[in-house]
Design a protein. Sequence first.
Length: 649
Amino acid sequence: MTIALVINGVTFPYPEQGDEDWGPTATDWASAVTSGMLQKAGGTFTLTADVDFGASFGLKSLYYKTRTANLADSGQFRLAKTDVMNWRNNANSANLSLGIDSSDRLTFNGVPIESNALTSAHLLVGNASNVATDVAVSGDLTLANTGAFTVVSVGGSTAANIHTSQLLTAAATAANTASTLVLRDGSGNFAANVITASLTGTASGNPPNARLINTTAPLTGGGDLSSDRTIAMPAATNSVDGYLTAADHTTFAAKQSATLTSAHILVGNGSNVATDVAVSGDLSLANTGAFTIVNSAITNIKVSATAAIDFSKLAVLASGNILVGSAGGVVTSVVMSGDATIVASGALTIANNVVTNAKLATMATASFKGRTTAGTGNVEDLTATQATALLNNMVGDSGSGGTKGLVPAPAAGDAAALKFLKADGTWATPSGAGDVVGPGSAVANAVALFNGTTGKIIKDGGIGTSSQVLVGGTTPAFGNVPYQALPNVTQSTAGAVASAGQLLGTNTNDDAASGRQGEYLESLVSSLTSVGATNTYSDATSLTLTAGDWDISAFVVVGSAGATFTSVDIEMGISTTSGNSGTGLVNGINYAVFSIGTNLLSFGGIPLNVPSYRVSLSGSTTFYQKLFVDHYTAGNPKYQCRLSARRIR
């Protein structure tokens, strides 16, 4: 009885005591355990699913690595720069990632956790959302980027004014001087030995030049200093001005909330009650008190006609750029391009070769661009007469050459007098004009012959054809001349001259064109090919010739190629009949035979050749190279062959 043991998803029937033939199954189980177990030597141990170690114990290790390349080389958790650690958020809706950014700063959900960037001479101050915020020091103090604070005002008084007050106070009490206060010394006595006794009790009497204490409502109790005066103020009521009691303070405090929404302001509403509202419209407000004009808030109507806004207040405009409305109707800085460019000085330059005819002003038909008005000025549209008036006249040759220009107009009757313009610039009749005359009628395409030796009178030769050759003599005539009788002919391309009765051949390695004398055709079987069945004619190859006179020839080589012959009989010829037929084969003309009555165990190659012979064709004809091999019983002989022809005429 075996026990089913599962190793990495594969079940092995492991033997129990008393089982027989258990060797292979135990070996399979041991092999699976060995190849699937985690080895102390390390190496790759690929899991096919997550491993759960249960709720009681975990893993202990010196360090843990990810599979990403370029890991940290120390620490308990060794991560690469792209690795992150994730926690699930409380809402179980997303992950919270801890990683680093490209500046090696620790990030939480992609946001740097800390930053050492702080504007020069600024402080980090908690805003209404309890977030440390970069703000400038303002109010009664200023701060340098060295950390030094400077008092600029106290209670609305500037530091300079306070310092002046300090100096004035010190001067007023510095000595027992007229119109100054008297200081006490270290024993409590007044200084300058003016009053040395210790004063006790109450001074009485009405000192000279006594002053009065005047009071106005709601203050009461004023008068001279001849007696004690008590300055009083009554409690305020609905009809009496006075001080606010504690109860009044509590009442007022209840009228106004101590809270105000971040970046909001108090505004009186329609019932004249201070109300918490958000700043809107053309401005926005930060909780630092800074107002910002919103985008597109400043419209034309809000800009005074006399504002005289300086160019320096506009956005930066690149040197040589211009302002152009975009497709979206937005003023945009662009570089002037196309047919013209502009530089920062305002100079506009039209590019070369861009002012086409279409860009010029229109002009009348048969007119020219030019200028006939004296002096430098604008281009004018000229008539043909005006244009020719500007051109130079032709100057004829009088021995040293002339110059081009307008030719003189011919006089009346010059055409009838057969006059021509001479090189000297005049109209004249050529010397000998009228001497060459011809017959009253002639044959079309005929050759004109001189009539006599004067060279001035010609006659109709009455001869001429496109398919014959003009042969000179006492009486020249066209006719068919056999090539054997052709005189010397010059080949103009090479300057070669053939002897009498000869035709020139080509002087390069080109082929004669189809249908021309010398045209060559061939059909080759260059690879070893099996012959047909024994004692049977087969078509080794074929060649189709067009009408004309041709020389045709054939050649074949046959080898045994392992075939067994009782005797050898090989025949080859040229025929116009295809298939298993020897029709038209004539020994000594288009047919060759090799035959031996004894057995040849093997032979490398037996050649047969049919020399060139003439075939005269009136239309396209296909010729077959016939092959006949007999008396082989095993295997299959092989052959290679050529069938070729050249046009004679």
